[in-house]
Design a protein around this ligand. Structure first.
Ligand SMILES: Cc1ncc(COP(=O)(O)O)c(C=O)c1O
Length: 475
């Protein structure tokens, strides 16, 4: 669609009237995208609101509102008498990386489950694949060992012992297709051994809860405080299995303290139960010392689970369990009756990648990238929302941001999405029937550049203010 007027420049904006998003929101999103992509350069004049309204077949008020919103966000400047222009402050540095919209209509997506896919070490991975194909025994091309090929289990035992303090013997390791897969395998075995009630962190990882639900396993939520999971509360649940994220609690970012670790292990012993330790993003820490895995304290009571999803990319689909000796055969037997094994070629590639130090090198590089992104998000929050303090920022790939108590999480999420930025409510991480918690958002920065963070948080600041204003008007 083209806007024309006697003095107005032309502008191509695509509106889709079949979409539920309002036309104002669509105009805003289109203009933001055009500015961010450089199609509308800093300083260029926009059509007059009247001309654009005629051209798009909308009322002038809709265009006026869209221009006002973008002016408030700093994209546009309105000069009395000379119309509206793109703000010079939107100029992008020459070397700024391309922005990748996560999906149509979303400019920035703060999804916590995402890593920097552009940072995937393609060349090193290709080399490792070639090495694997040249060196793997022909026998490894057959249906594989249920627990994984020996070379990978040796490399993993070495790596996990060295980097995470895990007490791992190759014969206790089982390799599968990511955390969620191996979690499903071991959960089922524990359920069938009579441990029918599990406990999960509240707030905690939503997909783990979904996995338990799909297996028909009942679970109880247990509070998380500044020291991690509240073990006293766990004792009262009747559960004999607990799923925890000790190194960087998902999503609060709290580290499980040494006292709580000991309490947790004592609890497991006292109920003849197990701790499932989800060590999903422990490799990424910035301003704090590494914390070892809980498994090292009690290898017979803690099931350690890891994944390549954060360290490399979710699409690799590799994960592992380090099992207490008493569980190894049962989990292996169960695996035999399901998918049998993981691709030998993929495992041999990862074994080579680990063995020649490529994972260590990749992690060192990515820690720098993620530290920059973390700093970018924290700086954007300090700039646009100084009254909110993020927590859990010392490690991992996401932060938790508590909102003013009167804010409604889902309203803020909806308004922000309508403005092209996706943020995630704390509610998504909560099991049913938990105690009320103050409203908060979980913001992942793994795939969000500092420039994108600045834009996203600026939008969030505007939508939050709108939401709070509307609420106080309603009262
Ligand atoms: C808490 C937690 N555990 C595990 C995972 C990884 O799961 P998977 O290995 O199945 O990709 C994620 C990914 O976002 C996560 O947030």
């Amino acid at each position: 669609m083209t806007a024309k007027g006697s003095t107005s420049p032309d502008l191509l904006l695509m509106l889709d009237r079949s979409r539920p998003r309002s036309l104002r929101v669509q105009i805003e999103a289109e203009l933001r995208r055009a500015i961010r992509a450089g199609r509308l350069q800093p300083g260029s004049a926009l059509p007059s609101t009247r001309a654009l309204a005629v051209d798009l077949g909308v009322t002038r008020g809709v265009v006026v509102d869209a221009y006002d919103q973008l002016t408030a966000e700093g994209y546009l400047l309105s000069r009395p008498g000379s119309g509206t222009v793109v703000s010079p402050a939107t100029a992008r540095p020459a070397s700024s990386p391309p922005t990748v919209p996560a999906d149509a209509g979303v400019d920035v997506d703060f999804y916590a489950g995402e890593s920097d896919l552009d940072g995937f070490p393609r060349s090193a991975w290709a080399r490792a694949t070639r090495t694997a194909l040249q060196t793997m025994p022909t026998s490894e091309l057959a249906y594989g060992h249920v627990q994984g090929i020996p070379s990978l289990r040796h490399e993993l035992a070495d790596y996990l012992g060295r980097v995470r303090g895990v007490d791992a013997a190759p014969e206790h390791i089982l390799v599968g297709h990511g955390f969620n897969h191996v979690f499903g395998l071991v959960s089922r075995v524990l359920r069938d051994s009579g441990r029918t009630i599990f406990a999960v962190e509240d707030p905690g990882y939503d997909r783990a809860r979904a996995g338990l639900e799909s297996l028909g396993i009942a679970y109880r939520g247990v509070d998380v405080d500044d020291n991690g999971l509240v073990v006293d509360q766990l004792r009262a649940t009747g559960a004999r299995v607990v799923v925890v994220t000790p190194a960087h609690q998902h999503p609060t970012g709290v580290v499980l303290t040494p006292e709580r670790r000991h309490e947790l292990v004592d609890w497991a012993q006292s109920v003849d139960g197990y701790v499932i330790e989800d060590d999903y993003d422990a490799e990424y820490r910035y301003d704090r010392r590494p914390v070892g895995a809980v498994q090292g304290l009690a290898p017979d009571r803690v099931i350690h689970a890891g994944t390549t999803s954060k360290a490399l990319a979710p699409g690799v689909r590799l994960g592992w369990l380090v099992l207490p000796p008493a569980l190894v055969d049962r989990v292996a037997d169960h695996r035999r009756t399901t998918d049998g094994s993981t691709s030998g070629i993929l495992q041999a590639t990862f074994a080579s990648f680990l063995g020649n130090g490529d994972l260590d090198r990749h992690l060192r590089r990515m820690r720098r990238v993620y530290r920059q992104r973390r700093d970018g998000l924290v700086a954007a929050l300090a700039r646009w929302l100084p009254e909110l303090t993020p927590s859990g920022a010392a490690a991992g790939l996401h932060v938790l941001v508590r909102l003013p108590p009167q804010a409604d999480e889902s309203e803020v999420v909806d308004r922000t999405l309508a403005a092209g930025v996706r943020v995630y409510p704390l509610a998504q991480y909560r099991p049913p029937h938990g105690r009320p918690l103050p409203p908060a958002l979980v913001l992942g920065y793994g795939s969000v550049t500092p420039q994108q963070s600045d834009h996203g948080v600026r939008v969030l600041a505007t939508t939050l203010e709108e939401a709070l204003r509307t609420r106080s008007g309603r009262r």
